[in-house]
Write a protein that binds this ligand. Structure first.
Ligand code: CMP
Length: 141
């Protein structure tokens, strides 16, 4: 399998609960390289654009409010099969359905406040990485 990049976010609930270190440790233990990382507070425009595919969903307004309520950690992760592997490490979107040992099972409190985000396919990964990072900010380690 080829090396691949995915966008990962530690969401406001993960930052508020002081889980950044534990999540980063897990990322490195699982063989990902961190190519880029920035802690920031998303503007409403950034969050709305990032989640534009969900614009028509009933939870869109609430999701944008949640994602902008405090700082997030944005990361680009790289390894073989990064997209699928990061989704496996995160677990199911709803922490109630997430397997034992996954980040969402361990840290998340609800379907919305699910602590971490990951791209779901190569085209979304490329859109999501480009939404937050310039090509020159992606460093191979
Ligand atoms: P994420 O993987 O970042 O992609 C979209 C986000 O919307 C998801 O994680 C959750 O935070 C949120 N989400 C998805 N479905 C629902 C839902 N039914 N109700 C509230 N929030 C949701």
């Amino acid at each position: 399998m080829a090396n691949e990049r995915t966008l990962a976010i530690i969401k406001p609930d993960g930052v508020e609960k002081h889980r950044i270190g534990r999540i980063l440790a897990r990322i490195e233990e699982e063989g990902f390289s961190v190519c880029a990382m920035r802690m920031t507070r998303l503007s409403t425009r950034e969050a709305e654009g990032f989640y534009a595919v969900h614009r028509e969903k009933p939870f869109f307004g609430s999701l944008v409010k949640f994602m902008t309520r405090g700082p997030v950690v944005l990361m680009v992760l790289e390894r073989e099969g990064a997209i699928a592997k990061w989704r496996e490490v995160m677990g199911a979107t709803n922490p109630e359905n997430a397997d034992e040992g996954t980040l969402r099972r361990e840290h998340a409190s609800s379907l919305e406040e699910n602590t971490v985000h990951g791209s779901d396919a190569p085209d979304t990964a490329s859109f999501e990485i480009g939404w937050f990072f310039r090509e020159s900010e992606l460093l191979s380690t």
